[in-house]
Write a protein that binds this ligand. Structure first.
Ligand SMILES: NC(=O)c1ccc[n+]([C@@H]2O[C@H](COP(=O)([O-])OP(=O)(O)OC[C@H]3O[C@@H](n4cnc5c(N)ncnc54)[C@H](OP(=O)(O)O)[C@@H]3O)[C@@H](O)[C@H]2O)c1
Length: 337
């Protein structure tokens, strides 16, 4: 099994290296790719050094079985043909192909079988905020069909990549040293001591691209007609996204039944004892695999509504871990190459 990581120097790329090692992923050979910026840099994987190769249009992917790509949509679009032409399965973290009809969009806890039909050799990893929400809502969907979702997200700086994480830390340093944040490049406004109610560009619907991903991708993953209205907000946590989720089911569902379903759900941990100040928070979910859920309660304004709070490490379950789980599923069912 030969595995490639495209975008190895990035926030998601680095997490791939950690997760593949931690899970003892059955690989015999590993090859790392990047642009001119990181080509030549060395990273250690299980005690062995690997040098980042420059991603080019050549035959470097000839023997590759699985390519994890996390180098942005433009790179995925430009290199998809080069990566897949000899049969490598491309598991792509960008948003480039997610809504294409001939590209499956997969969360292994929900629709793993979709990964088996991939005419272009590409499987898309969904948007991070969407993955975490559907992992939690899918067990509830089994109790009664979810018709509507309203969600506000609280997304950490690292969602915008390694440089964005460094920018937030730099802003705090500058404020402490000079009283003012000077480095404002990756985000449209100062993020330190602030929240920014816009992630990605606006669309003609008056929702952002990130918010439209939550609408469209939730339907595709869950094979559902559910409608999601999202407000995606950047907050100054460093790692791990949170979401306040309200949902309306076809039939009323009790909080006790929701708790029971969440306790039994794969990839979900219920942390729900607010009387004792116990609920999920990004500082605690950072670096962990599960999506953590709490504050489960009945909606006061709708008999068929319930509401909950979730948080999870979007670089792990929202990106690298979900992609590795897809690969593990393909290996388990003998469906690689
Ligand atoms: N961060 C998250 O929480 C998250 C979650 C879900 C999905 N994603 C998606 O995952 C992708 C990567 O995100 P990230 O946060 O890891 O970004 P990042 O930290 O900015 O890293 C970007 C990576 O892409 C590589 N790259 C850029 N242009 C390239 C090119 N022309 N050829 C080869 N490599 C190139 C960079 O390599 P160089 O350093 O060599 O330029 C770097 O390794 C994006 O599509 C993002 O939307 C991110």
């Amino acid at each position: 099994m030969k595995v490639a990581i495209v975008g190895a120097s990035g926030a998601v790329g680095q997490e791939f290296l950690r997760i593949l090692a931690e899970r003892n992923f059955p690989l015999d050979d590993l090859v790392l790719f990047g642009s001119e910026r990181s080509a030549g840099r060395k990273y250690t994987f299980k005690g062995k050094e690997y040098e980042v190769k420059l991603l080019q249009h050549n035959d470097d992917f000839k023997d590759v079985d699985i390519a994890f790509t996390s180098a942005g949509g433009g790179t995925s679009e430009e290199f998809a043909e080069t990566i897949t032409k000899y049969g490598a399965v491309m598991i792509d973290n960008s948003s480039q192909f997610r809504m294409d009809k001939d590209v499956p969009l997969v969360v292994p806890e929900i629709n793993p079988e979709d990964a088996l039909v991939r005419p272009r050799g590409i499987i898309a990893n969904p948007n991070c905020t969407t993955i975490m929400m559907v992992v939690v809502l899918n067990p509830i969907e089994k109790l009664s069909h979810i018709k509507k979702i309203h969600v506000s997200s609280y997304q950490s700086a690292s969602g915008a990549g390694a440089v964005a994480m460094a920018e937030l830390q730099q802003q705090y340093k500058e404020i402490i040293e000079t009283g003012e944040a000077k480095t404002i490049k990756k985000f449209p406004h100062q993020l330190a001591y602030n929240v920014i109610p816009q992630i990605d560009k606006m669309t003609e619907t008056d929702y952002t691209k990130e918010e439209m991903k939550m609408f469209n991708e939730t339907r595709k993953i869950m094979h559902s007609d559910v409608r999601t209205s999202a407000t995606c907000v950047r907050v100054s946590s460093l790692r791990s996204h949170s979401e306040s989720v309200w949902f309306e089911t076809e039939k009323p569902v009790s909080v006790a039944d929701i708790r029971k379903a969440l306790e039994a759900a794969p990839g979900v941990t219920l942390v729900d004892d607010p009387q004792n100040y116990v609920y999920p928070m990004p500082l605690e979910s950072a670096g962990k695999d599960d999506v953590y859920v709490g504050r489960v309660r009945k909606d006061l304004a709708d008999d068929n509504g319930n509401t909950l709070w979730l948080t999870g490490d979007q670089i792990r379950k929202g990106a690298a871990l979900n992609a590795v789980q897809i690969a593990e599923y393909l290996i388990k069912v003998g469906n690689v190459k």
